[in-house]
Design a protein around this ligand. Structure first.
Ligand SMILES: [Zn+2]
Length: 371
């Protein structure tokens, strides 16, 4: 990851680079921002910049052995600590051997991802993931070891908010008095939940959300269709990671799924509706909201069509579907479904049970369609 891989945020990048040029590198830095924003990518780009042996004016080179190894997260002087299943001392190595390769893949594939995506990649969705006492012992070991290659030694701690009090307390001393050339990069999405003893020992680096324009441009330059990019950017609330997930979901022809769902409601296919609510619950929080938002925008477009105007659509098949659906259902029922979807989204945001919320929604829509 280089600074140039992260869109915008120039002021922050300049600030990090400038501090380095002035020789002012805080030994413990807390990268803080909301989930699915550039918090982890920024910490990784900064790590590459610090370690790069061929620094450019405003970025790491991306090509030297250090840059290449940091990109793959295999540099021997960059130690990674992240939430995992808890392990006793004698099982710790096994847990690491299982988790570390998956974590490397997760970061490379979805650097703007969050804990939920990580848990899925890790295959541990239903476990309580944390940074354990054993991890903090490992951190102490990392710190006491000499740097393998004689340069900086970095400890990257992803989500220190998931350290319990005893593991957090165990590292306070090393946070306060690190050996020379040892740098801690903590990456948090939940600044408020960190112990004051940690926040007071670290220098805060706040990562702001992206603007809608930055997100839309990033998506189109990655090959997304423009209408879809703009629409996802609008819904993502500055979270590039959410926009990326939306684009991915959108590209898998979600309207076809929506179409099947509506048919199940129309045909009162209760068995299928129950299955749908189960699949929906399994899909994870972001995907659930994305699905809801996508359905809302489809219905909105159908309302536009019903009012006699040209409705925006991602593709020709989608446009045809919206037209037919709107003509068949009519404005009155569309508006009812629109309100039901919005209500369901509000429930989900308040952490309602996704399976029940989805099933209730299906049954309400069934009633509207068959009334
Ligand atoms: Zn380099």
């Amino acid at each position: 990851m280089q600074f140039s891989d992260i869109p915008g945020l120039h002021e922050l990048k300049n600030q990090l680079i400038g501090a380095h040029k002035r020789g002012k590198i805080a030994h413990a830095q807390l990268f803080s921002g909301r989930e699915n924003t550039a918090v982890l990518p920024m910490a990784l780009a900064y790590a590459s910049f610090l370690m790069c042996t061929n620094k450019q004016e405003n970025d790491s080179c991306g090509k030297c052995p250090n840059c290449v190894r940091i990109k793959k997260l295999v540099h021997p002087d960059v130690h990674l600590h992240f939430p995992k299943v808890s392990a006793t001392e004698n099982r710790y190595e096994k847990v690491i051997a299982d988790a570390l390769p998956r974590f490397r893949e997760f970061v490379q594939e979805t650097p703007f991802g969050d804990l939920e995506l990580w848990a899925r990649k890790y295959g541990q969705e239903n476990k309580n993931l944390l940074i354990s006492r054993e991890d903090s012992r490992q951190m102490l070991k990392n710190v006491s070891m000499r740097s393998v290659e004689g340069g900086y030694k970095l400890l990257l701690i992803w989500m220190p908010e998931l350290m319990n009090a005893s593991s957090a307390n165990a590292i306070l001393k090393i946070l306060e008095e690190p050996p020379e050339k040892t740098i801690y990069l903590l990456v948090t999405y939940n600044y408020e939940n960190l112990l004051a003893t940690i926040t007071s020992r670290t220098q805060l680096v706040t990562i702001p959300p992206h603007s809608e324009n930055e997100i839309a441009n990033y998506l189109t330059s990655g090959g997304s269709e423009e209408t879809k990019a703009v629409q996802s950017a609008k819904l993502a609330e500055g979270k590039l990671g959410v926009a990326l997930q939306m684009v991915e979901v959108g590209e898998s022809h979600e309207y076809e799924e929506f179409q099947k769902w509506m048919l199940d409601c129309w045909n009162r296919n209760l068995t299928s509706l129950v299955h749908r609510s189960e699949d929906f619950a399994k899909s994870g929080k972001n995907a659930q909201k994305t699905t809801c938002n996508f359905s809302i925008s489809l219905i909105r477009n159908a309302v536009i069509h019903a009012s006699g105007q040209e409705a925006p659509a991602q593709s020709e098949p989608e446009r045809i579907f919206i037209g037919k659906f709107a003509d068949k259902i009519g404005a009155n029922k569309l508006e009812k479904i629109y309100s039901l979807l919005n209500e369901a989204l509000i429930h989900l945001e308040r952490n309602s049970n996704p399976r029940i919320t989805h099933l209730n929604l299906s049954l309400d829509i069934l009633r509207v369609l068959n009334s």
